[in-house]
Design a binder for this molecule. Structure first.
Ligand code: SF4
Ligand code: SF4
Length: 264
């Protein structure tokens, strides 16, 4: 099974249960957000009288995975694009490479990393459960299932209700296809979707594009830069705190998966 999520925007009532479940399951700070950030992996936007859930698209051929120099991101067999925060050193190549502008940086941290939706891979999918967000939706606006089955369901809904839906499954071909799909009653360009995203996969393009960024000199430089940055930053923090620093000490782990502080 290729795990996937179908978001039917004609059914969303904007209750935010999906976003709240995501924060609870992934130990993210609570609170309503109006955009994705390092501690908000999904939220419900409102455009053109339509509630629009935003989240990682879990690309079939993810650009973020292809550019990560330390393998912190990887496409799992289940279909989720998972993320290992302990490996990430915050180079932000994934932020630059993602055609959907999804990974977000921890601007508030002394040792920042990037964060995004991981489709509840370790906490749910590996245990045979569906993601937290899809399990709580009261209207069936966000469905979990096999990608092929969800595409068939999307086609059925559009075919049987041509007046209710635009004739487009967003994610079917965008960026080479994604594991998160959308159907809508309003054209996607009016809902803030990136309709300029090309249909083929991005990984080959991203390295070509990144190589033109002046400060990106390649994998080796990126890695050395990251290690150097972490060591220097640790020594700087130690100096500020007045404690001795060992550059060979393990890199400090985030408190929880999100690296954020729990709020009530
Ligand atoms: S939407 Fe962006 S972050 Fe998510 S899998 Fe695709 S490239 Fe990676
Ligand atoms: S799949 Fe999991 S991590 Fe992704 S938005 Fe839903 S609850 Fe959050």
């Amino acid at each position: 099974m290729q795990a996937a999520i179908l978001n039917d925007l004609t059914k969303c009532i904007g209750c935010g249960a999906c976003a709240a479940a995501c924060k609870q399951t992934n130990n993210l700070p609570k609170g309503k957000a109006r955009s994705l950030d390092a501690y908000t992996w999904t939220y419900v936007d409102y455009r053109a009288d339509t509630f629009v859930r935003r989240m990682c698209m879990h690309c079939l051929e993810p650009a973020c995975v292809s550019v990560c120099p330390v393998g912190a991101l990887h496409k799992t067999e289940s279909g989720a694009v998972d993320y290992a925060p302990a490996k990430c050193f915050g180079c932000r190549y994934c932020v630059m490479a993602c055609p959907f502008d999804i990974p977000k940086y921890q601007w508030d941290k002394q040792l920042p990393i990037t964060q995004k939706c991981i489709m509840c891979h370790e906490k749910k999918l590996l245990h045979g459960e569906q993601p937290a967000c899809t399990s709580v939706c009261p209207t069936g606006a966000t469905l979990f299932g096999d990608r092929g089955d969800l595409i068939a369901e999307a086609r059925r809904r559009i075919g049987e209700n041509p007046d209710r839906y635009v004739k487009h499954i967003y994610g079917l071909h965008e960026a080479g296809g994604t594991s998160v799909l959308y159907v809508s009653g309003i054209p996607f360009d009016r809902l803030g979707f990136k309709v300029e995203v090309k249909e083929g996969p991005y990984p080959e393009l991203t390295w070509a594009a990144l190589s033109k960024v002046p400060h990106v000199l390649g994998f080796g430089c990126a890695f050395l830069f990251g290690v150097s940055w972490v060591i220097n930053r640790r020594m700087q923090i130690a100096a500020e705190e007045g404690t001795p620093s060992d550059p060979k000490a393990p890199i400090r782990e985030p408190k929880n998966h999100a690296g954020g502080d729990e709020q009530s």
